[in-house]
Design a binder for this molecule. Sequence first.
Ligand SMILES: C[S@@+](CC[C@H](N)C(=O)[O-])C[C@H]1O[C@@H](n2cnc3c(N)ncnc32)[C@H](O)[C@@H]1O
Length: 321
Amino acid sequence: MTNSSRHVPVLLEETIDLLKIKTGKKYIDATLGGGGHTKKILESGGLVLGIDRDPEALEKVKKDLSEYIKQKKLIVYRGSFENLDTIARENGFGEINGILFDLGMSSDQFESGRGFSFMKDEPLDMRMDPDLGVTAADLANALSQKELFGLFTKLAQVERAREIAGAIVKRRRLAPIKTTRELVKIMESVPVCRRQTNLHPATKVFMALRIAVNNELENLEKALPQACGLLEIGGRLAVISFHQGEDKIVKWFFRQRSVVIPAKEGIYLDRSQVKQFDSPMLTAEVSGMTEVNKEPIMASAKEVQFNPGSRSAKLRVAEKL
Ligand SMILES: C[S@@+](CC[C@H](N)C(=O)[O-])C[C@H]1O[C@@H](n2cnc3c(N)ncnc32)[C@H](O)[C@@H]1O
């Protein structure tokens, strides 16, 4: 473990621009990681509550951004954003101007020795929070073939998921699967998995296990409504996602929140339609947010070249109404 974070923040300028940071106002970074986005918010004059579930990440940020902590401009908190509302209110961030979720994992976690990378030989763990009960090895050794198949297809659209699940079950009858290398070897033993594209066949299997171990999609679903509830009118919610499962949740959350429910029951219109009518009959009860960018913002070719991890990043931003 190095002392300082090596993570390069993705879509940094775009995210900070769209969050419209104001001096002295409060912001939550729900996925503090290496503190890259938080640092920029602080430099732009914001006050930050930074949350992460990974204690190693927090230790680094406490060192890297110690000056801001001393000046009481940054609070670093260990916890999961599934409990966002409670964490925010306990720390005096009950009404905020902006919140960021930069999902996925940091480069520091890839290098942490906790089994996130299929390129290394490490214990098959993948817990972002070491206090979580179930590791990736537990899942690989305990789930039935059908459950493994479901996990791989649902969480990461793994191709040949049936064959891979079958090979895992066959191999673990000999001895439990304990390491990343053992899992990669199992995949390499499935003929249809031999490498045909730039994407290593283990990429998606590792991703599916990581999402399951850390309950990533459920946590995001729980956190988004809480984030919306904490925002002041005009405050912004920015989410950077890295795969289809995450982006789908964010997209639908924003769409659903931007629907206006008119006084007359049974008619649902979005804000642009309501503007056209401009009728008092449509005394609308606005349920939440308007999307700032209808299409997600992606990293430029230059950023991808410099930071390949940004390749699949999608930034969506919405404003509280
Ligand atoms: C991509 S990194 C964030 C990088 C950060 N924006 C930066 O610029 O350095 C994602 C971080 O989110 C954290 N994380 C994932 N799920 C979380 C959760 N439910 N609650 C809190 N933190 C979480 C991970 O531990 C990881 O450190």
